[in-house]
Design a protein around this ligand. Structure first.
Ligand code: 26Q
Length: 837
């Protein structure tokens, strides 16, 4: 690449240079590690071995800061937030750890001297893909911001043996390959067996008299038990010596039972416990925005919640004698409903283990727990059948019943004889445990993740709760970390930003990037910006050539939709518009059209048929169009295999157009939209989620907005939908595209290939016709895309828009989001860690 030399001779990305790495000592350490671990010299070692040696050397730089941070936390007896999440989509650690330790450039130079390209070494690290998509990546961005801002925080999650599956595309179809991310070990994790906890499942609850306390006590018997063994992963703050921990729990069987015992009961129990320990952390459920009521999932939830809560209470008790004040030092933030068992588990610990009365325990619990809602999709709402719940967690179920009983008394008091209030707000209803309702009833804070989303929660989805307890509700618009998605992912642009605005302060204070705005009107600056975008497009084109074997032209528009595959995100609308364009071009080969590469990427949940069909459709359309010489390569369609955090960084950097085209009201926030914006891509989107705020920041003239509003969509829905057949019958272009699903254009002789997609538009017996308003929004989308295509031809005007997108991305840093959580919900104090390295 053109810039390799400059990269080596000066700070790669304008990083802050205050910390001095002893390069010679570091070099010796890498050599020593290669020798110790592998009995090899540098020349003999594989790239993977070099990666391991470098990662362990970087871990050495982290460890003292990590200890210093926690020593300070103990000394200052700080208040902590426990961010409880089933998912942490961390991606790779090495690059970002080096950046945040301010030694990226120095390490790059050491590696260069040893004969290695730092990018190649970074490429050896597998992504830590312990998450599906938005919710998991948000948790990762939040942890990074918490450390960078100096707030005491723990991430609490599960150490899945297999993370998000790897996606392979075979003959256009997705295949799932297990993600054995720990195959080479994880150089950054530390096992902490001394903090092991025990978690109990099943059995029954017995009541016994406690003569000492003169009260009844609840005892769980006949249970199956597993050990929860924590592993800690450091989360390094940017240039501030703060290192927080992500604590992920592994499950181990309890070895107490004698396997050789002749007591069959003991033997069976031992086998059962062994199996439970093996299965519980085996794999991440690959569902995004979709609930599936699998027993193992509920086990996973209780497993990590119980371990985390027990640990937090023990830690508190080490330094404090009055359990009633737990809420002064501890806050549990529940990342969606998945960790809602935090509520009854904390009640159990306080009532059963600590001996408190219900009211005291409830007072503490409701001051400790807060809940974030990430979705309004009905199919994502967690509801567990009472019998399953009760069988698996008998004591917890009793507590849930009592929470529900007491809450319904309040509802009845406030709304006498209004049964609909009970119907909407009860925690237990029609044989189900409704997790969101439990989180809202017990949480002292309930927040949505973008302004529009929170409004919809308040006015529609959670209307009754909002009316009854408005003080709990608040909005926290999502954000992303610029350290990963600009400084690391787009070093050329990062360096340019620093040069232009004369400061690297944006790295920790993103709103300062607004100083770029004047450069949008500076012809020389625009030229530089365009050149950087071009370099990034070359980098991505090379990646696509290597991974897909497709040639794409870096001079074409890179129009990109990367995110999980989901009907509401409407990848189908996108590809149907490409089909339409292709028809236009075939009819009129001289059609005025700026060459465009349509790039897709994203995984479909393994059991989500329609999403998988959409992947196949994209690939089949690509096969036809990419190989049609008559259109002169003016349209290309690429599906990037295995979209994940590490390749996402490159994709955002290379994008011109950011497709954010969800059916209005369905996308709670979106965070990819923010990553594109920061990298100077222009949004083509609906007024949904955080797009609304993006347009507000950048100005409507610097985005392309189309489609039904959320109000319109919700009004149609309230009236049972609309009639797509009317559009199909009156718009021949649309009719042709729909018909092409089944006429052999893309499906060859396989009539069934896209039959279901075809039927989804026209045959109401296939569920609600066009539930996601694809045909309804089609014309409006086509117009917006035409505007984009025209606008791109004026390269100066386009680049102006692109620069202004970067310049106005300041609001969307997760640092801002975290400061808001701290001020309104967590009330943490900043620390300053000094460390003489
Ligand atoms: C639930 C029960 C059983 C199995 C799986 C699940 C499950 C798993 C993951 C339900 C939902 C999810 C993920 C939801 C998610 O990622 N939501 C996204 O959160 C982002 C961060 O707030 C938002 O930006 C997105 O708009 C939202 O879709």
């Amino acid at each position: 690449m053109k810039n390799d030399k400059t990269v080596m001779s000066e700070p790669k990305n304008g990083e802050k240079k205050t910390f001095h790495l002893d390069k010679e000592a570091f070099r010796r350490k890498v050599i020593e590690n290669v020798k110790l671990f592998y009995r090899k010299t540098i020349a003999e070692a594989s790239k993977q071995q070099i990666f391991q040696a470098v990662a362990f050397s970087v871990r050495d730089l982290i460890i003292d800061r990590w200890m210093a941070t926690h020593k300070l936390y103990e000394e200052q007896d700080v208040r902590r937030v426990y961010y409880l999440s089933m998912e942490f989509l961390m991606g790779r650690a090495l690059g970002n750890n080096m950046i945040n330790l301010l030694c990226y450039q120095d390490v790059a130079e050491v590696l260069e001297e040893l004969g290695f390209d730092i990018n190649v070494i970074e490429d050896q690290e597998p992504d830590a893909a312990l998450g599906n998509g938005g919710l998991g990546r948000l948790a990762a961005c939040f942890l990074e911001s918490l450390s960078t801002l100096g707030y005491p925080a723990y991430g609490c999650g599960i150490r899945y043996k297999y993370g998000m599956f790897k996606q392979e595309i075979k003959d256009g179809c997705q295949e799932e390959v297990p993600d054995n991310w720990l195959a080479n070990g994880n150089p950054f994790e530390i096992k902490r067996p001394e903090y092991t906890e025990r978690v109990k499942f099943g059995g029954y609850v017995r009541i016994e008299w406690d003569p000492e306390k003169q009260r009844n006590r609840f005892v769980q018997d006949g249970y199956t038990e597993v050990l929860a063994v924590p592993y800690d992963i450091p989360v390094v703050g940017y240039g501030n010596n703060v290192v927080n921990s992500l604590r992920i729990w592994d499950a181990q069987p309890i070895q107490e039972f004698n396997l050789m015992s002749f007591d069959k009961g003991d033997y069976d129990k031992a086998v059962e416990q062994e199996n439970l320990a093996k299965t519980i952390v085996e794999v991440l459920y690959p569902n995004d925005n979709h609930y599936s009521g699998k027993e193992l999932r509920l086990k996973q939830q209780y497993f990590f919640v119980s371990a985390s809560v027990q640990r937090a209470v023990k830690h508190y008790k080490k330094n404090h004698s009055d359990i009633h004040k737990l809420y002064e030092k501890v806050c549990f933030q529940m990342n969606d409903t998945h960790p809602t068992l935090t509520v009854p588990e904390l009640m159990r610990v306080l009532v059963d283990d600590e001996g408190l009365g219900w009211d005291e325990a409830w007072d503490i619990t409701t001051k400790c727990c807060a809940y974030t809602n990430h979705t309004i999709m009905a199919e994502a709402l967690e509801k567990w059948p009472v019998d399953l719940f009760n069988r698996l967690l008998p004591r917890i179920y009793q507590i849930v019943e009592e929470i529900n009983r007491r809450f319904l008394i309040q509802v009845e008091e406030r709304y006498p004889n209004q049964y609909c209030k009970i119907k909407n707000m009860a925690v237990l209803y029609e044989g189900q445990v409704r997790m969101a309702n439990m989180a809202i009833v017990a949480g002292f804070s309930v927040n949505g993740v973008a302004r529009l989303h929170t409004e919809i929660l308040e006015k529609r989805e959670l209307k009754d709760f909002y009316e009854m307890m408005p003080q709990k509700f608040n909005n926290k618009t999502n954000g992303i970390t610029q350290r990963r998605f600009l400084l690391h992912g787009n070093p050329l642009l990062a360096k340019w930003v620093t040069e232009k605005i004369g400061t690297d302060a944006w790295i920790t204070d993103l709103p300062q990037i607004s100083k770029l705005a004047p450069f949008a009107d500076d012809a020389a600056a625009r030229k530089e910006f365009m050149e950087i975008k071009h370099q990034n497009k070359i980098r991505l084109a090379k990646y696509i050539k290597e991974h897909n074997g497709i040639d794409v032209d870096p001079d074409s528009i890179f129009d990109v939709q990367v995110k999980r595959m989901h009907e509401y995100k409407r990848q189908l609308l996108n590809i149907m518009h490409v089909m339409y364009l292709y028809n236009q071009m075939k009819a009129d080969p001289s059609m005025d059209f700026y060459p465009t590469t349509f790039i897709f990427g994203g995984k479909a949940a393994a059991g989500y048929k329609r999403a998988k069909q959409t992947i196949q459709l994209i690939n089949k359309v690509g096969d036809v169009i990419n190989n049609d010489p008559s259109i002169n390569g003016k349209i290309k369609v690429v599906f990037i295999e295995d979209y994940r955090v590490s390749n996402a960084e490159w994709i955002f950097a290379a994008s011109d157009v950011s497709e954010q085209i969800s059916t209005a009201s369905k996308e709670a926030s979106g965070t990819g939209n923010m990553k594109f914006m920061l990298n100077g891509a222009v949004t083509l989107g609906t007024m949904d989620g955080a797009n609304v705020e993006i347009v507000e920041e950048v100005g409507a003239e610097n985005a392309f907005i189309f489609g039904l509003s959320s109000e319109e969509v919700m009004d149609y829905e309230a009236n049972g939908g609309y009639y797509p057949a009317d559009i199909y019958n009156s718009d021949p272009d649309i009719k042709k595209v729909v018909d092409q699903m089944v006429d052999g254009t893309y499906n060859g002789s396989d009539k069934k290939m896209f039959m279901e997609i075809y039927n989804s538009f026209l045959n109401p017996s296939y569920g609600k016709a066009d539930q996601y308003f694809i045909l309804k929004d089609f014309r409006s989308y086509a117009q917006a895309r035409e505007k984009v295509n025209k606008a791109y031809r004026d390269r100066d005007a386009w680049t102006r828009k692109a620069i202004l997108n970067t310049a106005h991305a300041g609001k969307f840093t997760s640092d801002r989001t975290i400061e808001e959580y701290v001020k309104d919900i967590w009330h943490l104090q900043k620390v300053q860690v000094s460390y003489e390295g």
